[in-house]
Design a protein around this ligand. Structure first.
Ligand code: C6P
Length: 454
């Protein structure tokens, strides 16, 4: 089933949903005159008990921290790895470790095949038209930097504008600031509302013919807000701007279809989706990637090198200089297989249910302030502050109960500045978290409040 949602102003075409979904309810949440978010009630197909068996796939979940079972709620920072991923990487090192794209010997051919096969499966995972449009990077940050330094340097100059938002991770702010300081375009920000959504009331002033690229986060790593990609993409197209989507917190958690979203670039990190660190992805539209100059120079990215100059390799290798993260690419391929086997629709429903439950439970705690939109409209994470307790203290107290959350500015300082706070605490969920773990979180937070109020 391909779900299309229309309103009078723009076409909304969310990621293509799995044909196995039984949609029992479609809800539209509107603000202003615009349709922003679509919620599907998929309770009919959601089997909560599946989580018990999935937990066995993650060896680290059986460890104790301070003598009690680990409750890992720092998944927006990085997720745990299933045995399938650990074993795929182990297998590479044990049985066919070799450099790729170079050797004409069995090990090198096996490694090349495994690495390129992983790229193909990753392309399928986000429905990219071709694996040639999947550029491996170290992480999402490097992918954004790649676009800024190659496309940006070639296409931006004084008088041009780059539009980002106030809810970006530093990875989608700082590369643009560095480039702006070097070449002199204007960097503008879509502000956020008190509820933690993008304030689109001034969009027509911010997004103009001067805007060359709109680069924004799909799901905020602090607010949990799911941004209206289709609406923003349509608005960018109308002024001839390109669109880059930071999908670091969406690709791991919900079905994402780059063709349905119709963005020009999309980036994500392997380590936030059961894969290893050291591997990330830049997806790009083919003609745009073809026209871009290379990022770094060296081996593998060239077709021919003469002392007078060089010619570049074809996509995606033009952007992949030097020996790549081979085991990590293979590991990310295994992670994608794992996520497919679990089912991205199930993962989304599970996290959505957990985040809504957590929101409801912790909202009762004295002195708590939850950042971001209400439970129905958010992805699987909850950031908050507690009156009189520094987020680092909250995290340290929770750690005593084996609970891992993140505290700090989460590399999104402008959001914290907006709310006039230095830091927040954040619980972020993934496919292996349970309602019981949310109960442990709530109980530990209540205890923290008790300790600090005495
Ligand atoms: N956010 C968090 O705890 P890297 O570090 O390149 O893998 O991912 C960067 C990044 C980019 N965009 C978003 C929306 C992100 O959430 C992140 C990483 C982690 O929230 C680490 S700061």
């Amino acid at each position: 089933m391909d779900v299309w949602v229309y309103n009078t102003q723009s076409l909304h075409r969310p990621a293509r949903f799995s044909e196995t979904w039984q949609v029992s309810e479609i809800r539209y949440i509107e603000y202003g005159t615009r349709l922003e978010i679509m919620t599907l009630n998929l309770a009919a197909t959601y089997d909560e008990t599946k989580v018990d068996e999935l937990r066995n796939d993650f060896p680290v979940l059986s460890r104790l921290v301070h003598g009690v079972p680990l409750v890992y709620l720092d998944n927006a920072a990085t997720t745990q790895k299933p045995l399938a991923v650990i074993e795929a990487m182990d297998q590479y090192y044990r049985s066919y470790n070799s450099n790729i794209h170079r050797g004409v010997h069995t090990l090198s051919e096996e490694a090349t095949a495994a690495y390129e096969d992983a790229r193909r499966r990753i392309a399928q995972f986000i429905n990219a038209p071709s694996e040639k449009q999947i550029v491996f990077t170290r992480n999402a940050t490097e992918a954004i930097n790649l676009v800024a330094y190659t496309w940006g340097r070639a296409n931006l100059g004084p008088g041009d504008e780059v539009l980002i938002t106030e809810m970006e991770h530093h990875g989608n702010i700082v590369p643009w600031q560095i480039l702006r300081d070097q070449i002199g375009f204007t960097l503008r920000y879509i502000p956020i509302t008190e509820e933690g959504r993008l304030d689109l009331s001034q969009l027509d002033d911010l997004l103009t013919e001067r805007t060359k690229i709109l680069s924004f986060v799909h799901v905020s790593n602090v607010l949990g807000t799911i941004n209206p990609v289709a609406q923003l993409t349509a608005a960018a197209r109308a002024v001839g701007a390109l669109v880059m989507l930071d999908a670091s917190q969406s690709v791991p958690h919900m079905p994402v279809d780059v063709q349905a979203l119709d963005v020009d670039f999309l980036v994500f990190s392997g380590h936030k989706m059961c894969g290893p660190t050291g591997i990330g992805v830049l997806y790009g539209k083919r003609e745009i990637l073809e026209a871009m100059p290379p990022f770094m120079g060296g081996g593998d990215m060239i077709r021919e090198v003469k002392m007078s100059g060089s010619r570049w390799n074809t996509l995606p290798y033009k952007f992949e200089a030097g020996t790549p993260a081979i085991a990590e690419g293979i590991g990310l391929g295994a992670a994608v297989d794992y996520l497919n086997a679990v089912g991205m629709d199930w993962i989304w429903q599970h996290e959505h249910a957990l985040a809504a439950y957590a929101h409801e439970q912790i909202a009762q705690i004295e002195g708590i302030r939850i950042l971001g939109p209400g439970p129905e409209e958010r992805a699987g994470l909850v950031s908050f502050t507690l009156d009189g307790i520094h987020p680092h203290d909250i995290s340290a107290i929770l750690d005593q109960s084996g609970i891992a959350i993140r505290a700090g500015h989460h590399c999104a300082q402008p959001i914290h500045t907006h709310y006039d706070i230095a830091a927040s605490a954040r619980a972020s969920f993934y496919l292996y978290n349970t309602k019981e773990e949310v109960d442990k979180l709530t109980a530990a937070l209540e205890k923290a409040v008790e300790i600090f109020l005495i």
